[in-house]
Design a protein. Sequence first.
Length: 219
Amino acid sequence: MSTSFADVAERVQHIRERILRAGGGDVGIVAVTKGFGVEAIAAAVAAGITMVGENYAQEAVPKVLRARADGLEFSTHFIGHLQSNKVRSLAPVVDVWQTIDRASLVDEVAGRAVGARVFVQVNATGEDTKFGCLPGDVAALVGSAFAAGVVVEGLMAMGPTDGDAARTRAAFATTRALADRLGLRECSMGMSADLEIAVAEGATLVRIGSALFGPRSSH
């Protein structure tokens, strides 16, 4: 699948239509460009996308710097598993940190990016293979993050690995309920395959990669 401007613009429109059919009004699209070059960011921005998601520090830093040098305007969301030793290199290019899941990471981000905008990642499925803090630990971590001086905008979660619809719905409902209880507006949940469930359960951001850019080479 190519990343030509025309093709991506058409796919963005299709995603927006899927969101509307699922009952979503003001749901933002984060274009996930991992595995693709600057041209994917350019195509997304040309199609009206204002948020770009990156998963890997070593890929994100040079790509985002190049895109911005080319005059592209967008906010960078880091959506991959975040290692503390990568925060320093990422700080100049990341606008929103979506995968904060432990107190040590809060401290590192707070120290490197004063007033950072963050999401707390929830392991809402209870899978050992998933990152994120357990639902029962979310409130304490959100409190720690506010105390450290970062801005907690919301929660982030992924559906179950097996894609089971009922389990996906339960995970997203749990995340939305937690966000509401904590007074957080944003919920980043849902990807290309399960965005309808996410939107129905209260997502405010969806993270879309393959439906915009096609299959990517594996890392």
